[in-house]
Design a protein around this ligand. Structure first.
Ligand SMILES: Cc1cc2nc3c(=O)[nH]c(=O)nc-3n(C[C@H](O)[C@H](O)[C@H](O)COP(=O)(O)O)c2cc1C
Ligand code: SF4
Ligand code: SF4
Length: 272
């Protein structure tokens, strides 16, 4: 079994690792497939684990499914992690898979901290509750996949949880960023760096979009951002901010994931 994943702040990686451990699957960063024209997979079962971005899967998955050879012969499942609502993300993904000739046999949503709206407010108890709920769901999903069941694609009404106090409090802080991601995509997301930056290079090493270059020990962002916010949340100096630095978003990452697991290339080792 192969599981392709994408993760900016570790929620989806933690979920992917749990499923992989239960079902003895290998985990592959989806971003590693971008240069492949055809993806040949021997395994019968293929999974996809990703965060919901503006109600949809990250674009890399929409490309990936088009490239899987003999997709119609695979048993496919997906798990999205979300912070407010999975909305119709999995149904959308199922439709895209259908256009590519395959069938999404199971689509599941795992509630996790929202890496924009919750990062300033999440506390230990809330986090523990979310993780415990996920572990319960993991039992169900593992059993579902083990028995090759079919037909369950979870979705939720888009506005269901939009009016939580935390979200309302964060709206003035992130409204420009949200509008930008919905209207223009994440490519042009802007970040700024404070004087706390020590040039460690972690942001450059973990950026899944290869969108950061360290020039004279100072990070510079290019124009193909994937919007994952890894650079902001994993900076050990808390030096990265969205926009001009006027926003104040606390760093968040899933508690069981280490920064070393976020490095997709061997850049960090080369640097030390
Ligand atoms: C650019 C962006 C867009 C997002 N859009 C949504 C969304 O539409 N619905 C939602 O519930 N959460 C949304 N989120 C929150 C993430 O889906 C959620 O925190 C996820 O668990 C992060 O996973 P990761 O830690 O693996 O990156 C968004 C986050 C980002 C950075
Ligand atoms: S991770 Fe933070 S401290 Fe390190 S180079 Fe990037 S911005 Fe600077
Ligand atoms: S620049 Fe930051 S937000 Fe954009 S893809 Fe890289 S790590 Fe993610």
């Amino acid at each position: 079994m192969k599981i392709y994943y994408f993760s900016g702040t570790g929620n989806s990686l933690a979920v992917g690792k749990d499923i992989a451990e239960r079902l003895n699957a290998s985990l592959i960063p989806a971003i590693n497939t971008v240069d492949e024209e055809v993806i040949e997979i021997e395994d019968e079962v293929v999974g996809f684990v990703f965060p919901v971005y503006a109600f949809k899967p990250p674009p890399v998955f929409q490309d990936l499914i088009k490239k899987i050879e003999n997709i119609q012969q695979k048993y496919l499942f997906a798990v999205c992690t979300y912070g407010i609502t999975p909305s119709h993300c999995l149904k959308y993904f199922a439709k895209k898979i259908k256009y590519s000739g395959g069938t999404l046999s199971g689509g599941f949503a795992a509630a996790m901290p929202h890496n924009v709206f919750d990062s300033n407010w999440i506390n230990h108890n809330d986090l523990e509750k979310l993780i415990n709920n996920w572990k319960i769901k993991l039992d169900f999903i593992s059993d579902y996949i083990d028995n090759r069941r079919e037909g369950k694609i979870e979705s939720a009404f888009i506005l269901k949880d939009l009016f939580r106090t935390e979200i309302i409090r964060m709206i003035p802080v992130v409204k420009d960023m949200v509008v930008q991601v919905i209207m223009k995509g994440s490519e042009s997301l802007a970040f700024s760096v404070s004087e706390n930056c020590n040039g460690c290079g972690i942001c450059e090493c973990i950026c899944p979009g290869d969108n950061i270059r360290l020039i004279d020990n100072f990070p510079c962002w290019l124009d193909h951002c994937l919007g994952c916010l890894a650079c902001m949340h994993w900076c050990p100096q808390h030096a990265v901010n969205m926009g001009n630095g006027e926003f104040s978003i606390k760093c968040y990452h899933h508690p069981v994931i280490a920064v070393s697991e976020m490095v997709l290339k061997d850049k960090l080792n080369n640097r030390t």
